[in-house]
Design a binder for this molecule. Structure first.
Ligand code: PEP
Length: 246
């Protein structure tokens, strides 16, 4: 069973450039420590450059998406095995933007996570409720459903979960610490009903408007192991401050 890992994951989304890769990776490598993972998720065309620059440093490379198949006539897709070949260790799976704009379902997301596990890539699976679901008290029902599909995977113990309330992503307003802790405790508990030790050992990240100001408070929560950071991950000073808080 993997143990809980402290980690900060920077998701650039469809932003950045070759120049940003060449600025960011050495800057992050200068502060990264082996005990807290520092993971960068550039757009796919830059994965090779980031993987090359991050080799032999404590910075890790992560894809923002991955196919659910290992190879095939699937124009525009890339496999988890290809990511492993580059030296990437992680892939984000099921980000709310993928669910929303590319109609990814829980079933597709579980298949992508499975493909990652088979190729030795650790999937960082995003879950979380919408604003309406939050307002109407459905958070746990939504999480139960999203996690249920993942629990069907034989190797679910090796997943990393990112709790990302959709209403807190890109809004500048993170969820309140008590809301975050309650959701993380629920997520852990859901896995723990299957295997108490594994539930407690899984890495559960928070994502949604994490910045240099709120990072410390979020990382102090007992069931939060780190953060998935969007917009703040494009600025090296902000990402460095968040990483230092972890
Ligand atoms: C994200 O993209 O996963 C995210 C959390 O974005 P932001 O930090 O910008 O809210």
């Amino acid at each position: 069973v993997p143990t809980r890992v402290r980690m900060v994951v920077g998701n650039w989304k469809m932003h950045g450039s070759l120049a940003l890769c060449r600025e960011m990776v050495p800057a992050m490598a200068s502060i990264a420590q082996p005990d807290t993972a520092l993971v960068l998720c550039p757009p796919a065309p830059y994965l090779g450059e980031v993987a090359r620059l991050a080799a032999n440093t404590d910075v890790q490379c992560c894809a923002q998406n991955v196919a659910d198949a290992h190879s095939g006539a699937l124009t525009g897709e890339w496999s988890a095995g290809m990511l492993a070949d580059l030296g990437c260790r992680y892939a984000i799976v099921g980000h709310s933007e993928r669910r929303r704009h590319y109609h990814e379902t829980d079933h597709m997301i579980a298949a992508k996570a499975q493909a990652c596990l088979e190729a030795g890539i650790t999937p960082i699976v995003c879950v979380g409720e919408s604003w309406v679901q939050h307002q109407t008290g459905q958070t746990e029902v939504v999480l139960q459903h999203q996690l249920g599909t993942l629990l069907a995977l034989p190797d679910w113990r090796r997943l990393i979960i990112a709790y990302e309330p959709v209403w807190a992503i890109g809004t500048g307003v993170a969820a309140q610490p008590d809301t975050v802790e309650a959701a993380h405790r629920y997520i852990r508990g859901r896995f723990a009903t299957r295997d108490p030790i594994a539930g407690n050992s899984m890495t559960v990240l928070y994502g949604g408007s994490v910045n240099a100001e709120n990072a410390m408070q979020l990382f102090a929560l007992p069931d939060v192991d780190g953060a998935l950071v969007g917009s703040a991950s494009l600025q090296s000073d902000a990402l460095m401050q968040i990483y230092t808080a972890a």
